[in-house]
Design a binder for this molecule. Structure first.
Ligand SMILES: Cc1cc2nc3c(=O)[nH]c(=O)nc-3n(C[C@H](O)[C@H](O)[C@H](O)COP(=O)(O)OP(=O)(O)OC[C@H]3O[C@@H](n4cnc5c(N)ncnc54)[C@H](O)[C@@H]3O)c2cc1C
Length: 385
């Protein structure tokens, strides 16, 4: 293999986590190749759809909070270094029946880590956009907001290139293997070798990592956008991000203010979605057609809680979740590969906000074999009996 095709690190999949890993590795002076099967940002994986919520009072597991503190710091640092706004602080309104496990989890996490969280009074609905029953509670996390996923991935990728990384889009990885003194990666654009391999292929993890396949569940998710009845009420700066749990309904509903003014392409439509298990699918054969039934629960939520505020649907899209069995991430060395291969998979529909810290951890693991960040609970061995 010519030295031209040999790299210190090859990153498979330049999406949310892979683009960040390319950036932190290249910034540390390593020779990096990033391989992406589609364009840099696309709508076939897990990062499409314009916006992602970022929040700290993490009801999923408080052990994520130190990683979130670092992620907030790294998002700010990236914004400052590139003079690019990626994070929009809107605050996040949590709602749901009193004592619902999501709200209890938010309060528990906020208390444990001293995160600012306000309990709001549920007022009569007259004049409010949200109609909230009197047996609900409302919480507000001021430091939460949303990120721009496609712009963030392009920023990581462009900056990685500035630091010398080679990024090849539309180059599908067909397989990889450990040789005596290197790792070989076969792609549609030829063969490359490296000293360390990082695998961040999201919904396709089972295809390149047969040992992950039995533990990974890829599901199809639907996002939809609506024309607000009173556009000014939903404007950025006036309307927060929100996340509601409903009685007798698994998962949570969530939404965003309008993105008008965020970029020249964004409009005053508002996105609403349902975070839930979804329907199992194969990432290469996803039904992208959105049926009325796909949105029945979202429309029921809007009818109950945002009547009159949100009007006609203007657009809908599909996106993929990659569930691990316990819905927590896996960030680790691949067991059995002598610390030469790192993996990050199973982001289970809540990973984007962590992208920079995951990139930094992967860069730590690949270059030094360890990280100072607390990721023990995300180890790769936990599903093995
Ligand atoms: C509808 C929806 C809403 C979400 N909302 C939130 C939210 O509000 N907040 C939040 O924090 N998270 C949210 N998430 C989750 C978050 O977006 C994901 O956890 C995150 O994007 C996963 O990143 P990833 O790098 O694993 O996958 P991706 O970003 O999809 O990257 C994987 C990349 O690998 C590439 N790849 C795969 N196979 C190959 C191959 N053989 N060769 C080359 N390249 C390959 C893919 O094309 C892809 O670009 C949401 C996800 C969805 C779908």
């Amino acid at each position: 293999m010519s030295s031209k095709n040999h790299f210190d690190h090859i990153v498979l999949g330049v999406g949310s986590m892979g683009s960040a890993a390319c950036y932190y590795l290249a910034k540390r002076g390593h020779r990096v190749l990033g391989l992406e099967q589609f364009d840099i940002t696309h709508e076939k994986g897990s990062h499409g759809g314009e916006s992602r919520i970022i929040r700290k009072a993490y009801f999923e597991h408080p052990d994520y909070i130190p990683l979130l503190e670092r992620a907030y710091h790294l998002w700010r640092e990236l914004e400052e270094q590139t003079d690019t706004q990626l994070y929009f602080k809107t605050g996040l309104l949590y709602g749901g029946p009193k004592n619902h496990s999501v709200l209890s989890g938010v309060k528990f996490a906020a208390k444990k880590y001293g995160i600012e969280l306000h309990e709001l009074v549920v007022e009569s609905s007259e004049g409010n956009l949200f109609r909230v029953p009197s047996d609900y509670e409302l919480l507000f996390e001021p430091d939460a907001g949303f990120l721009l996923p496609e712009k963030a991935i392009r920023t990581f990728t462009n900056q990685a290139k500035v630091y010398g990384a080679e990024i090849r889009a539309n180059t599908k990885v067909q397989g990889w293997k450990l040789l005596d003194h290197a790792i070989q990666v076969d792609t549609t654009a030829g063969t490359f070798t490296c000293d360390r391999l990082l695998i961040t292929v999201g919904a396709w993890s089972g295809k390149l990592l047969p040992m992950v396949e039995p533990h990974l569940k890829v599901t199809r998710q639907v996002l939809s956008w609506y024309k607000p009845a009173f556009p000014s009420a939903f404007e950025l700066g006036k309307f927060p991000c929100w996340l509601f749990a409903e009685p007798d309904c698994p998962g949570v509903f969530y939404g965003f203010p309008s993105m008008k003014g965020v970029s020249s392409e964004t409009s005053n439509e508002v996105k609403v979605a349902y975070h839930h298990a979804g329907i199992k699918t194969d990432p290469d054969h996803v039904d992208r057609h959105v049926e009325k039934d796909d949105l029945a629960l979202v429309h029921e939520f809007i009818r109950r809680h945002l009547p009159g505020g949100i009007g006609e649907m203007s657009e809908s899209k599909t996106c993929l979740y990659s569930y691990s069995p316990d819905e927590h991430f896996v960030i680790d060395h691949l067991p059995g590969y002598k610390a030469k291969v790192c993996v990050a998979w199973g982001f289970s529909g809540h990973g984007f906000k962590f992208a920079p810290v995951v990139g930094e951890i992967l860069a730590d693991l690949a270059t030094t074999g360890q990280t100072a960040l607390p990721i023990g609970f995300l180890n790769a061995n936990r599903f093995e009996k």
